[in-house]
Design a protein around this ligand. Sequence first.
Ligand SMILES: [Cu+2]
Length: 474
Amino acid sequence: MHLTRLPLSRRQTLGLLGGSAAALLPLPAWAESAAVRRLTAAPGAVQLVGRRYPATEVWAYDGQVPGPILRLPQGDRLEVDLVNRLPEDTTIHWHGLRLPNAMDGVPGITQPPVAPAERFHYAFDLKDAGTFWYHPHANSSEQVGRGLAGVLIVEEPEPPQVDREELWVLDDWRLGEDAQVLPFGGNLHDAAHAGRIGNTVTLNGAIPASWPVRSGERVRLRLVNVANARTFGLRFEGHAPQIVATDGQPCTPHAPADGVVTLGAGGRCDLILDMGGDPGARFRLLDEHYARFAYELLEIAYTEAAPLRTNPLDASVALPANPLPQPELAAAGGLEVVLAGGAMGGLAAATLAGERLSLRELARRGKVWALNGQVHAGHDDPPLFRLDRGRSYRLRIANDSSFEHPMHLHGHHLKLLGRDGRPAAPETWHDTLMVAPGETVETALVAEAPGRWMFHCHVLEHQLAGMMATIEIA
Ligand SMILES: [Cu+2]
Protein backbone atom coordinates (compact mmCIF):
# COMPACT_ATOMS: atom_id res chain seq x y z
CA MET A 1 0.00 0.00 0.00
CA HIS A 2 3.04 2.26 0.07
CA LEU A 3 5.43 3.81 -2.36
CA THR A 4 4.98 1.01 -4.82
CA ARG A 5 7.77 1.20 -7.33
CA LEU A 6 5.80 1.47 -10.52
CA PRO A 7 7.05 -0.73 -13.34
CA LEU A 8 7.07 1.15 -16.60
CA SER A 9 4.37 -0.01 -18.94
CA ARG A 10 2.55 1.19 -22.00
CA ARG A 11 0.70 4.39 -21.40
CA GLN A 12 -3.04 4.17 -21.12
CA THR A 13 -5.27 7.18 -21.44
CA LEU A 14 -7.95 7.85 -18.88
CA GLY A 15 -10.34 9.07 -21.54
CA LEU A 16 -11.79 11.76 -19.34
CA LEU A 17 -8.63 13.85 -19.32
CA GLY A 18 -6.23 15.33 -21.79
CA GLY A 19 -5.70 18.51 -23.70
CA SER A 20 -8.98 18.17 -25.56
CA ALA A 21 -11.06 19.02 -22.50
CA ALA A 22 -9.28 22.34 -22.04
CA ALA A 23 -9.47 23.14 -25.74
CA LEU A 24 -13.26 22.91 -25.63
CA LEU A 25 -13.57 25.90 -23.34
CA PRO A 26 -12.99 29.26 -24.99
CA LEU A 27 -12.57 31.84 -22.24
CA PRO A 28 -14.27 35.22 -22.34
CA ALA A 29 -11.99 38.24 -22.05
CA TRP A 30 -12.35 39.46 -18.47
CA ALA A 31 -11.20 42.74 -17.08
CA GLU A 32 -8.50 42.17 -14.48
CA SER A 33 -6.84 44.38 -11.94
CA ALA A 34 -3.16 43.92 -11.22
CA ALA A 35 -3.89 43.29 -7.53
CA VAL A 36 -5.98 40.23 -8.33
CA ARG A 37 -4.26 36.88 -8.55
CA ARG A 38 -5.79 34.62 -11.19
CA LEU A 39 -5.88 30.88 -10.51
CA THR A 40 -6.85 28.66 -13.41
CA ALA A 41 -8.07 25.13 -12.66
CA ALA A 42 -7.43 22.97 -15.72
CA PRO A 43 -6.28 19.54 -16.88
CA GLY A 44 -2.53 19.22 -17.24
CA ALA A 45 0.36 16.78 -16.92
CA VAL A 46 3.19 16.68 -14.38
CA GLN A 47 6.23 14.47 -13.86
CA LEU A 48 5.05 13.05 -10.57
CA VAL A 49 7.02 9.82 -10.14
CA GLY A 50 10.27 10.47 -11.97
CA ARG A 51 11.65 10.44 -15.47
CA ARG A 52 11.43 6.68 -15.90
CA TYR A 53 7.65 7.01 -16.04
CA PRO A 54 5.33 8.97 -18.28
CA ALA A 55 3.95 12.26 -17.03
CA THR A 56 0.82 11.87 -14.88
CA GLU A 57 -2.32 13.53 -16.19
CA VAL A 58 -3.73 15.72 -13.44
CA TRP A 59 -6.11 18.54 -12.71
CA ALA A 60 -4.09 21.47 -11.45
CA TYR A 61 -4.09 25.15 -10.53
CA ASP A 62 -1.97 27.04 -13.08
CA GLY A 63 -0.55 23.72 -14.29
CA GLN A 64 1.28 23.08 -11.00
CA VAL A 65 1.01 20.24 -8.49
CA PRO A 66 0.77 21.38 -5.78
CA GLY A 67 -0.76 24.69 -6.92
CA PRO A 68 0.99 28.05 -6.63
CA ILE A 69 1.95 29.12 -3.10
CA LEU A 70 -0.04 32.19 -2.17
CA ARG A 71 1.92 34.20 0.40
CA LEU A 72 0.57 37.39 1.95
CA PRO A 73 1.13 39.39 5.15
CA GLN A 74 -1.41 39.10 7.97
CA GLY A 75 -4.02 41.85 7.67
CA ASP A 76 -3.82 42.01 3.87
CA ARG A 77 -6.74 41.30 1.61
CA LEU A 78 -6.63 38.19 -0.54
CA GLU A 79 -8.14 38.64 -3.99
CA VAL A 80 -8.25 35.66 -6.32
CA ASP A 81 -10.09 35.10 -9.56
CA LEU A 82 -10.79 31.41 -10.02
CA VAL A 83 -11.04 30.52 -13.70
CA ASN A 84 -12.58 27.14 -14.42
CA ARG A 85 -11.15 25.28 -17.40
CA LEU A 86 -12.12 21.88 -16.02
CA PRO A 87 -14.79 19.80 -17.75
CA GLU A 88 -17.06 20.16 -14.70
CA ASP A 89 -18.18 22.61 -11.99
CA THR A 90 -15.71 23.64 -9.31
CA THR A 91 -15.11 26.14 -6.46
CA ILE A 92 -12.29 27.07 -4.09
CA HIS A 93 -12.63 26.42 -0.37
CA TRP A 94 -10.12 28.36 1.74
CA HIS A 95 -9.32 25.73 4.32
CA GLY A 96 -8.81 27.05 7.84
CA LEU A 97 -9.49 30.70 7.06
CA ARG A 98 -11.85 32.81 9.15
CA LEU A 99 -13.75 34.56 6.38
CA PRO A 100 -17.25 35.70 5.40
CA ASN A 101 -19.53 32.75 4.64
CA ALA A 102 -20.02 33.91 1.02
CA MET A 103 -16.27 33.37 0.39
CA ASP A 104 -16.16 29.81 1.80
CA GLY A 105 -16.49 28.05 -1.54
CA VAL A 106 -19.25 25.51 -0.89
CA PRO A 107 -21.37 25.14 -4.04
CA GLY A 108 -25.12 25.35 -3.50
CA ILE A 109 -24.67 26.68 0.04
CA THR A 110 -22.32 29.67 0.06
CA GLN A 111 -22.07 30.33 -3.71
CA PRO A 112 -23.28 28.98 -7.04
CA PRO A 113 -21.01 26.36 -8.56
CA VAL A 114 -18.45 27.78 -11.00
CA ALA A 115 -19.35 26.18 -14.34
CA PRO A 116 -16.78 25.32 -17.03
CA ALA A 117 -15.45 28.49 -18.73
CA GLU A 118 -16.85 30.62 -15.88
CA ARG A 119 -15.02 32.34 -13.05
CA PHE A 120 -15.56 33.47 -9.46
CA HIS A 121 -13.96 36.32 -7.56
CA TYR A 122 -12.82 35.56 -4.01
CA ALA A 123 -11.89 38.48 -1.75
CA PHE A 124 -11.48 38.55 2.02
CA ASP A 125 -9.24 39.95 4.74
CA LEU A 126 -6.60 37.69 6.30
CA LYS A 127 -7.30 37.85 10.03
CA ASP A 128 -4.91 35.11 11.10
CA ALA A 129 -1.30 34.38 10.27
CA GLY A 130 -0.53 30.71 9.62
CA THR A 131 -0.30 27.77 7.25
CA PHE A 132 -3.55 27.27 5.33
CA TRP A 133 -4.53 25.68 2.03
CA TYR A 134 -7.06 25.90 -0.77
CA HIS A 135 -8.89 23.23 -2.73
CA PRO A 136 -12.20 22.60 -4.52
CA HIS A 137 -15.36 21.79 -2.54
CA ALA A 138 -17.09 20.28 -5.58
CA ASN A 139 -16.72 16.57 -6.37
CA SER A 140 -13.93 16.85 -3.80
CA SER A 141 -12.72 13.26 -3.76
CA GLU A 142 -11.96 13.37 -7.47
CA GLN A 143 -10.93 17.03 -7.85
CA VAL A 144 -8.54 17.05 -4.88
CA GLY A 145 -7.48 13.49 -5.74
CA ARG A 146 -6.47 14.56 -9.26
CA GLY A 147 -4.21 17.28 -7.88
CA LEU A 148 -6.22 20.44 -7.15
CA ALA A 149 -4.64 21.73 -3.94
CA GLY A 150 -2.42 24.66 -3.06
CA VAL A 151 -1.03 26.36 0.04
CA LEU A 152 -1.82 29.80 1.43
CA ILE A 153 0.79 31.14 3.83
CA VAL A 154 -0.16 34.18 5.88
CA GLU A 155 2.95 35.72 7.37
CA GLU A 156 3.28 36.90 10.96
CA PRO A 157 4.42 40.53 11.31
CA GLU A 158 7.21 39.22 13.57
CA PRO A 159 8.04 35.60 12.78
CA PRO A 160 10.34 33.59 15.04
CA GLN A 161 14.04 33.69 14.23
CA VAL A 162 15.03 30.78 12.00
CA ASP A 163 17.74 30.22 9.42
CA ARG A 164 15.43 28.76 6.84
CA GLU A 165 11.81 27.98 6.19
CA GLU A 166 10.51 24.99 4.24
CA LEU A 167 7.06 24.00 3.06
CA TRP A 168 6.24 20.32 2.62
CA VAL A 169 3.00 19.52 0.85
CA LEU A 170 2.36 15.82 1.48
CA ASP A 171 0.05 14.00 -0.91
CA ASP A 172 -0.96 10.44 -1.66
CA TRP A 173 -1.96 9.10 -5.07
CA ARG A 174 -3.55 5.91 -6.31
CA LEU A 175 -1.70 5.29 -9.54
CA GLY A 176 -1.69 2.52 -12.10
CA GLU A 177 1.48 0.99 -13.47
CA ASP A 178 1.49 3.64 -16.19
CA ALA A 179 1.71 6.34 -13.48
CA GLN A 180 -1.83 7.48 -14.30
CA VAL A 181 -4.44 8.29 -11.64
CA LEU A 182 -6.82 5.35 -11.25
CA PRO A 183 -10.54 6.06 -11.75
CA PHE A 184 -12.74 7.60 -9.07
CA GLY A 185 -16.27 6.89 -7.99
CA GLY A 186 -18.42 4.00 -6.94
CA ASN A 187 -15.85 2.45 -4.59
CA LEU A 188 -17.97 1.62 -1.58
CA HIS A 189 -15.11 -0.37 -0.05
CA ASP A 190 -12.99 2.80 0.21
CA ALA A 191 -15.94 4.74 1.58
CA ALA A 192 -16.74 2.13 4.24
CA HIS A 193 -13.10 1.73 5.31
CA ALA A 194 -10.25 4.25 5.54
CA GLY A 195 -11.00 6.11 2.29
CA ARG A 196 -8.96 6.30 -0.89
CA ILE A 197 -5.54 5.46 0.50
CA GLY A 198 -3.09 5.52 -2.39
CA ASN A 199 0.08 3.69 -3.35
CA THR A 200 2.37 6.67 -4.03
CA VAL A 201 3.32 9.39 -1.55
CA THR A 202 4.64 12.67 -2.92
CA LEU A 203 6.27 15.65 -1.24
CA ASN A 204 5.84 18.96 -3.11
CA GLY A 205 4.70 17.00 -6.17
CA ALA A 206 7.60 14.52 -6.40
CA ILE A 207 8.77 11.27 -4.81
CA PRO A 208 10.91 12.40 -1.87
CA ALA A 209 14.41 11.01 -1.53
CA SER A 210 16.75 13.14 0.52
CA TRP A 211 16.46 16.38 2.49
CA PRO A 212 19.73 18.32 2.58
CA VAL A 213 20.30 20.21 5.83
CA ARG A 214 23.20 22.00 7.46
CA SER A 215 24.54 21.21 10.89
CA GLY A 216 23.48 23.79 13.48
CA GLU A 217 20.74 25.47 11.49
CA ARG A 218 17.23 26.16 12.80
CA VAL A 219 14.48 25.31 10.30
CA ARG A 220 10.80 26.13 10.33
CA LEU A 221 8.94 23.36 8.60
CA ARG A 222 5.37 23.92 7.45
CA LEU A 223 3.62 20.59 6.89
CA VAL A 224 0.39 20.34 4.91
CA ASN A 225 -1.46 17.06 4.28
CA VAL A 226 -3.50 17.41 1.08
CA ALA A 227 -4.12 13.66 0.66
CA ASN A 228 -7.69 12.42 0.21
CA ALA A 229 -7.47 10.00 3.11
CA ARG A 230 -3.96 9.10 4.26
CA THR A 231 -2.77 10.11 7.74
CA PHE A 232 0.95 10.73 8.17
CA GLY A 233 2.81 9.93 11.40
CA LEU A 234 6.29 11.41 11.04
CA ARG A 235 9.25 10.43 13.22
CA PHE A 236 12.40 12.51 12.72
CA GLU A 237 15.01 10.04 13.98
CA GLY A 238 17.75 11.73 15.98
CA HIS A 239 15.85 15.04 16.19
CA ALA A 240 13.44 16.74 18.58
CA PRO A 241 10.88 18.75 16.59
CA GLN A 242 8.84 21.36 18.45
CA ILE A 243 5.23 21.86 17.36
CA VAL A 244 4.60 25.61 17.29
CA ALA A 245 1.27 25.70 15.42
CA THR A 246 -1.54 23.26 14.64
CA ASP A 247 -3.79 23.92 11.63
CA GLY A 248 -2.19 27.36 11.31
CA GLN A 249 -2.92 28.46 14.88
CA PRO A 250 -0.01 29.06 17.27
CA CYS A 251 0.32 26.90 20.38
CA THR A 252 2.71 26.61 23.28
CA PRO A 253 5.78 24.98 21.71
CA HIS A 254 5.82 21.30 22.62
CA ALA A 255 7.23 17.95 21.56
CA PRO A 256 4.79 15.70 19.68
CA ALA A 257 3.26 12.83 21.64
CA ASP A 258 5.55 9.75 21.47
CA GLY A 259 7.85 11.74 19.18
CA VAL A 260 5.51 11.30 16.20
CA VAL A 261 3.98 14.25 14.34
CA THR A 262 0.50 13.07 13.32
CA LEU A 263 -1.14 14.82 10.41
CA GLY A 264 -4.60 13.75 9.28
CA ALA A 265 -6.02 14.54 5.85
CA GLY A 266 -6.46 18.31 5.56
CA GLY A 267 -4.35 18.99 8.65
CA ARG A 268 -1.29 21.25 8.99
CA CYS A 269 1.50 21.59 11.48
CA ASP A 270 4.34 24.10 11.90
CA LEU A 271 7.52 22.65 13.37
CA ILE A 272 10.78 24.18 14.54
CA LEU A 273 13.76 21.86 14.13
CA ASP A 274 17.28 22.47 15.42
CA MET A 275 19.52 20.42 13.16
CA GLY A 276 21.92 19.00 15.74
CA GLY A 277 23.60 16.31 13.64
CA ASP A 278 27.26 16.37 12.57
CA PRO A 279 28.29 17.36 9.04
CA GLY A 280 27.81 14.38 6.74
CA ALA A 281 25.41 12.59 9.15
CA ARG A 282 22.35 10.69 7.89
CA PHE A 283 19.02 10.13 9.65
CA ARG A 284 15.75 8.54 8.64
CA LEU A 285 12.42 10.33 8.48
CA LEU A 286 9.86 7.58 8.99
CA ASP A 287 6.12 7.54 8.45
CA GLU A 288 4.86 5.20 11.16
CA HIS A 289 1.17 5.99 11.19
CA TYR A 290 0.00 2.64 9.84
CA ALA A 291 2.09 0.42 12.09
CA ARG A 292 2.26 -2.59 9.80
CA PHE A 293 3.21 -0.40 6.85
CA ALA A 294 5.87 1.90 8.29
CA TYR A 295 8.32 3.15 5.66
CA GLU A 296 11.13 5.67 5.23
CA LEU A 297 9.67 8.83 3.72
CA LEU A 298 13.08 10.38 3.11
CA GLU A 299 16.62 10.66 4.39
CA ILE A 300 17.74 13.68 6.39
CA ALA A 301 21.14 14.30 4.78
CA TYR A 302 23.59 16.67 6.49
CA THR A 303 25.91 18.44 4.08
CA GLU A 304 29.65 18.54 4.76
CA ALA A 305 29.47 22.27 5.55
CA ALA A 306 30.89 23.30 8.93
CA PRO A 307 28.23 23.73 11.66
CA LEU A 308 26.41 27.05 11.43
CA ARG A 309 26.64 27.34 15.23
CA THR A 310 27.72 25.06 18.05
CA ASN A 311 24.78 25.63 20.43
CA PRO A 312 21.13 25.93 19.33
CA LEU A 313 19.75 29.45 19.06
CA ASP A 314 18.49 30.95 22.32
CA ALA A 315 15.66 32.82 20.63
CA SER A 316 12.12 31.72 21.50
CA VAL A 317 10.42 29.51 18.93
CA ALA A 318 6.91 30.62 19.93
CA LEU A 319 4.72 32.26 17.29
CA PRO A 320 2.83 35.47 18.03
CA ALA A 321 -0.84 34.86 18.93
CA ASN A 322 -3.66 35.30 16.41
CA PRO A 323 -6.74 37.39 17.32
CA LEU A 324 -8.93 34.29 17.80
CA PRO A 325 -11.97 34.74 20.05
CA GLN A 326 -11.56 32.68 23.25
CA PRO A 327 -14.53 30.50 24.25
CA GLU A 328 -16.10 31.37 27.63
CA LEU A 329 -16.57 27.94 29.11
CA ALA A 330 -18.66 28.98 32.14
CA ALA A 331 -21.45 30.31 29.91
CA ALA A 332 -20.98 27.84 27.04
CA GLY A 333 -23.77 25.82 25.48
CA GLY A 334 -23.32 22.07 25.22
CA LEU A 335 -23.23 20.17 21.94
CA GLU A 336 -22.49 16.55 21.14
CA VAL A 337 -21.98 14.78 17.84
CA VAL A 338 -21.63 11.03 17.36
CA LEU A 339 -19.68 9.79 14.35
CA ALA A 340 -21.01 6.42 13.20
CA GLY A 341 -21.06 4.04 10.28
CA GLY A 342 -18.60 2.25 8.04
CA ALA A 343 -17.43 -1.33 8.11
CA MET A 344 -17.10 -3.06 11.48
CA GLY A 345 -19.20 -0.32 13.08
CA GLY A 346 -22.39 -0.37 15.10
CA LEU A 347 -24.62 1.72 12.84
CA ALA A 348 -27.81 -0.22 12.07
CA ALA A 349 -29.87 2.53 10.45
CA ALA A 350 -29.80 6.28 9.79
CA THR A 351 -31.86 9.05 8.19
CA LEU A 352 -31.22 10.08 4.58
CA ALA A 353 -33.31 12.94 3.16
CA GLY A 354 -35.98 12.37 5.80
CA GLU A 355 -36.13 8.62 5.25
CA ARG A 356 -35.03 6.09 7.87
CA LEU A 357 -32.96 3.42 6.12
CA SER A 358 -30.99 0.36 7.20
CA LEU A 359 -27.24 0.41 6.66
CA ARG A 360 -27.71 -2.09 3.82
CA GLU A 361 -30.23 0.22 2.09
CA LEU A 362 -27.97 3.20 2.68
CA ALA A 363 -25.01 1.34 1.18
CA ARG A 364 -27.09 0.63 -1.93
CA ARG A 365 -27.29 4.43 -2.31
CA GLY A 366 -23.57 4.86 -1.71
CA LYS A 367 -23.99 6.17 1.85
CA VAL A 368 -22.42 4.56 4.90
CA TRP A 369 -21.71 7.35 7.42
CA ALA A 370 -23.89 9.47 9.68
CA LEU A 371 -23.48 12.38 12.11
CA ASN A 372 -26.00 12.04 14.96
CA GLY A 373 -27.93 9.56 12.84
CA GLN A 374 -28.20 11.94 9.86
CA VAL A 375 -26.64 11.04 6.53
CA HIS A 376 -25.74 14.02 4.39
CA ALA A 377 -28.00 14.14 1.34
CA GLY A 378 -27.65 17.70 0.06
CA HIS A 379 -28.12 21.34 0.97
CA ASP A 380 -31.77 20.81 1.89
CA ASP A 381 -30.70 18.85 4.98
CA PRO A 382 -31.66 20.43 8.29
CA PRO A 383 -28.59 21.79 10.12
CA LEU A 384 -26.84 19.60 12.66
CA PHE A 385 -26.85 22.53 15.10
CA ARG A 386 -28.31 26.04 15.17
CA LEU A 387 -25.97 28.33 17.12
CA ASP A 388 -26.30 31.88 18.40
CA ARG A 389 -23.79 34.22 16.87
CA GLY A 390 -21.15 35.32 19.38
CA ARG A 391 -21.97 32.59 21.91
CA SER A 392 -19.47 30.00 23.15
CA TYR A 393 -20.15 26.26 22.91
CA ARG A 394 -18.56 23.10 24.13
CA LEU A 395 -18.60 20.49 21.38
CA ARG A 396 -18.02 16.85 22.32
CA ILE A 397 -17.19 14.58 19.38
CA ALA A 398 -17.59 10.85 19.99
CA ASN A 399 -16.23 8.44 17.39
CA ASP A 400 -18.45 5.35 17.52
CA SER A 401 -16.79 3.70 14.53
CA SER A 402 -13.77 1.55 13.67
CA PHE A 403 -11.98 4.26 11.65
CA GLU A 404 -10.28 7.55 12.42
CA HIS A 405 -11.92 10.77 11.24
CA PRO A 406 -10.22 14.16 10.75
CA MET A 407 -13.28 16.35 11.40
CA HIS A 408 -13.18 19.72 9.62
CA LEU A 409 -15.22 22.75 10.64
CA HIS A 410 -15.37 25.58 8.11
CA GLY A 411 -14.65 29.20 9.00
CA HIS A 412 -13.92 28.46 12.67
CA HIS A 413 -11.37 26.73 14.88
CA LEU A 414 -12.06 24.24 17.64
CA LYS A 415 -10.06 24.53 20.84
CA LEU A 416 -9.07 21.03 21.93
CA LEU A 417 -9.71 20.68 25.67
CA GLY A 418 -9.14 16.96 26.11
CA ARG A 419 -9.28 13.42 24.78
CA ASP A 420 -11.05 10.58 26.58
CA GLY A 421 -11.17 12.57 29.81
CA ARG A 422 -7.46 13.53 29.75
CA PRO A 423 -6.95 17.30 29.53
CA ALA A 424 -5.02 18.50 26.49
CA ALA A 425 -1.54 19.76 27.41
CA PRO A 426 -1.07 22.21 25.89
CA GLU A 427 -4.47 23.18 24.54
CA THR A 428 -4.31 23.45 20.76
CA TRP A 429 -6.62 24.85 18.07
CA HIS A 430 -7.83 22.77 15.15
CA ASP A 431 -9.95 23.27 12.08
CA THR A 432 -9.36 19.61 11.18
CA LEU A 433 -9.35 17.57 14.36
CA MET A 434 -8.38 13.91 14.29
CA VAL A 435 -10.69 11.66 16.31
CA ALA A 436 -9.42 8.09 16.74
CA PRO A 437 -11.69 5.01 16.66
CA GLY A 438 -13.67 4.83 19.88
CA GLU A 439 -12.30 8.13 21.12
CA THR A 440 -14.26 11.06 22.56
CA VAL A 441 -12.79 14.55 22.29
CA GLU A 442 -13.87 17.67 24.14
CA THR A 443 -13.61 20.95 22.28
CA ALA A 444 -14.89 24.50 22.53
CA LEU A 445 -15.61 27.20 19.99
CA VAL A 446 -17.08 30.64 19.59
CA ALA A 447 -19.88 30.77 16.99
CA GLU A 448 -18.21 33.77 15.45
CA ALA A 449 -19.49 34.28 11.92
CA PRO A 450 -23.07 34.06 10.62
CA GLY A 451 -23.97 31.62 7.89
CA ARG A 452 -24.22 27.94 7.09
CA TRP A 453 -20.86 26.31 7.75
CA MET A 454 -19.90 22.80 6.72
CA PHE A 455 -18.76 20.29 9.32
CA HIS A 456 -17.43 17.11 7.76
CA CYS A 457 -14.84 14.38 7.76
CA HIS A 458 -11.83 15.29 5.59
CA VAL A 459 -11.41 11.71 4.47
CA LEU A 460 -13.04 12.81 1.24
CA GLU A 461 -14.62 9.42 0.56
CA HIS A 462 -16.27 9.49 4.01
CA GLN A 463 -17.57 12.97 3.23
CA LEU A 464 -18.96 11.70 -0.09
CA ALA A 465 -20.62 8.76 1.68
CA GLY A 466 -22.63 10.97 4.03
CA MET A 467 -20.22 12.20 6.71
CA MET A 468 -21.09 15.87 6.40
CA ALA A 469 -23.55 18.37 7.87
CA THR A 470 -24.07 22.10 8.23
CA ILE A 471 -23.86 24.18 11.38
CA GLU A 472 -26.01 27.28 11.13
CA ILE A 473 -24.97 30.42 12.98
CA ALA A 474 -27.43 33.33 13.22
CU1 LIG B 1 -14.04 10.00 8.21
